[in-house]
Design a protein around this ligand. Structure first.
Ligand code: ARG
Length: 606
């Protein structure tokens, strides 16, 4: 038995010991101390501690020896041995640590430490002992961002689902997150649309009009066609834009009505998805656009080019070898999508004081953001400590890998897409209930279908590496096997089923100190669950929800192995049963927390 110094192990300390829960931090500090003790305090003690890549390697791996060996001109294995000799870690890890390969130091937490940590996690059932970041960061997440008078498409769905998930993770970590919906609610297209509607459907422009977004989209297409073929209409549309931009009351009223109608549809989708967003569209930045261009000119970044204002970019060359410009003002005085983004960067970093800004859009906009970020940096529009990050994602494709469309070739309305998932889920579920001879109330079936259907759409999206394209398939996302939402939700409900069967009230149960985790399946599952904080650490920087989905799937798989090999309710002794119930609790809470970070509701019973 290793030396256990943590007061918690004596059983007289009910407070959480934060140091205990941030195991990696402690390990890193010990390694740093050891390197200094072995090679002197002048040395750069880069500890290079990472989670172990394989279970048999233990819990952590220290890769410092290889780098140090180079600068010290020693053999890596000798360096590793010297570090291990000075490493004072017996209260956490099995000693002496194993040295593997050229000089990896494998660190395995002692069983006692794991048990103590598990108990701590279960004393803080909501957060599982995971501390909030201190200091917290002010982070803006710009996501969803559909366009007024246009249908919200599957790209916006991905942005909404991924963006919401990232917000939930960052919020959980204690950051101060502002969720912004940068809707496309400004631009020359509104002149054209208002003009056209005034001609053909003036009632659409007054408050309380019952036009829905679908009608608007149709009008939008017709207005565009008219604009393209009729020069006179074009001219009037331009004048209309000028009127709107000058704040003409009637134009503004029409524009607001269009925004309201679109917003109703957007909000329906957000309600179904349970996503909260603050709308701050392009129009919000309109008053600041002129200043952006003036400042760019003053800094001699913006120059005139054929009547337009451009900034010549570094590292972007056109095909003919000339430097590519970023257009910030057209020759007719109109501003660009990028001008708005430049104004938004200033506002977000100076007024909102964000130190990190994330933009969740499809990869197609990568160049746009690279260029805008570059110009903003060169113009010193934001403090150098701020991090602006484009968080790109791939296309949503149909099952055939082609563009995602309805059978008739139209764009799929998001509300229909989500409804369809629920309907299919209900059909599946009802059939299964019949097969099993179960009777459930129709409200219950309704509830289950809603939760599972929406979960399926979200999970199918989140579990893919976001940068890849992904094929939308109801059949795949709704199957009960493999890494799908239904499978994961069943895994969670199965654990709740154990409590029901045993008549156990898990919430009021106090995890005993006297945990007995002798079977390999037990230890392996517990160690995995206790890695949650490290998973979150990776997510915080990489912003890839699929990493969390993979983790959950691994937890569920390990739980199955545990459940097959270790009887919970018929365990050989009271003490073993208590331990196993605690393992169930830890697993279920790990899954529940993961689901909540993905924006997915859970069910206690399915
Ligand atoms: N409205 C844009 C679109 O539909 C997305 C806006 C993304 N955010 C931004 N700050 N540019 O493609």
């Amino acid at each position: 038995v290793g030396v256990v110094t943590y007061a918690a192990m004596e059983g007289n300390n009910t407070d959480l010991d934060p140091a205990m829960l941030q195991t990696k931090k402690v390990v890193v500090q010990r390694v740093v101390d050891a390197i200094r003790a072995a090679f002197g305090s002048e040395i750069d003690p880069n500890p290079m501690v990472t989670p172990a890549t394989k279970e048999e390697f233990g819990d952590f791996q220290c890769n410092a020896a290889m780098g140090l060996a180079k600068s010290l001109k020693k053999k890596p294995r000798d360096v590793a041995t010297a570090i291990v000799e000075k490493l004072d870690i017996a209260d956490l890890c099995v000693t002496p640590p194993e040295i593997a390969g050229p000089g990896f130091i494998n660190l395995k937490l002692t069983d006692e430490y794991v048990k103590a940590k598990m108990k701590h996690a279960l004393q803080d059932k909501e957060r599982l002992g995971i501390a909030k970041r201190d200091p917290a960061q002010r982070i803006i997440v710009d996501f969803s961002s559909p366009n007024i008078a246009k249908e919200m498409h599957v790209g916006h769905l991905r942005s909404t689902i991924i963006g919401d998930c990232l917000c939930r993770i960052l919020e959980f970590l204690g950051h101060d997150v502002l969720r912004l919906n940068h809707v496309g609610d400004w631009g020359t297209q509104f002149g054209m649309l208002i003009l056209y509607l005034r001609e053909v459907a003036p009632e659409a422009l007054v408050d309380g009009s019952d036009l829905d977004l679908g009608d608007l989209v149709v009008f939008y297409k017709k207005a565009k066609a008219r604009f393209d073929e009729d020069p006179e209409f074009q001219e009037s549309a331009r004048k209309e834009v000028v009127k709107l931009q000058a704040g003409d009351e009637e134009s503004l009223r029409g524009w607001k009505t269009l925004c309201n109608q679109s917003r109703i549809e957007f909000n329906r989708v957000y309600d179904i998805l349970d996503v909260k967003l603050e709308e701050r569209g392009e129009s919000f930045y309109n008053p600041f656009l002129k200043q952006v261009v003036t400042d760019l000119q003053e800094k001699q970044l913006a120059v005139e080019n054929e009547g337009a204002q451009c900034v010549f970019l570094e590292g972007f060359t056109s095909r003919d070898g000339s430097t590519q410009p970023l257009l910030v003002q057209k020759s007719d005085g109109g501003y660009m999508y990028s001008t708005t983004d430049l104004a938004a960067i200033r506002h977000r970093t100076h007024v909102e004081k964000a130190t990190r800004v994330l933009y969740v859009t499809d990869v197609g906009q990568s160049t746009h953001f690279e260029q805008v970020f570059q110009v903003a940096r060169r113009a010193e529009f934001y403090p150098p400590s701020v991090s602006l990050e484009h968080v790109p994602f791939g296309l949503v494709q149909g099952e055939d890998g082609k563009k995602f469309k309805t059978r008739s070739g139209d764009t799929v309305r998001l509300r229909d897409l989500l409804d369809e998932a629920v309907v299919r889920c209900k059909a599946d579920y009802t059939r299964r209930m019949e097969e099993e001879g179960r009777a459930e109330t129709s409200e219950y079936v309704e509830e289950v279908s809603k939760v599972v259907g929406i979960a399926a759409v979200k999970y199918a999206d989140l579990k893919n590496n976001r940068v890849s394209n992904y094929r939308f398939s109801y059949d795949k996302m709704l199957t009960l096997t493999g890494n799908t939402a239904p499978y994961m939700l069943y895994a969670y409900a199965r654990i709740q089923g154990i409590y029901r069967k045993g008549g156990i009230d898990i919430t009021s149960r106090v995890t005993s100190l006297d945990l007995k985790l002798d079977k390999p399946e037990e230890m392996s599952l517990v160690r995995l669950c206790l890695r949650f904080d490290q998973i979150l650490e990776v997510l915080e920087t990489d912003l890839k929800p699929n990493f969390l989905c993979e983790y959950m799937y691994e937890v569920a798989s390990k739980f199955n192995a545990f459940y097959e090999n270790c009887s919970v309710l018929n365990a050989e002794s009271e003490r073993v049963m208590e331990s196993r119930l605690a393992i169930c609790d830890l697993t279920a809470r790990t899954l529940a927390l993961s689901f909540s970070l993905l924006g997915i509701k859970t069910l206690e019973r399915l």
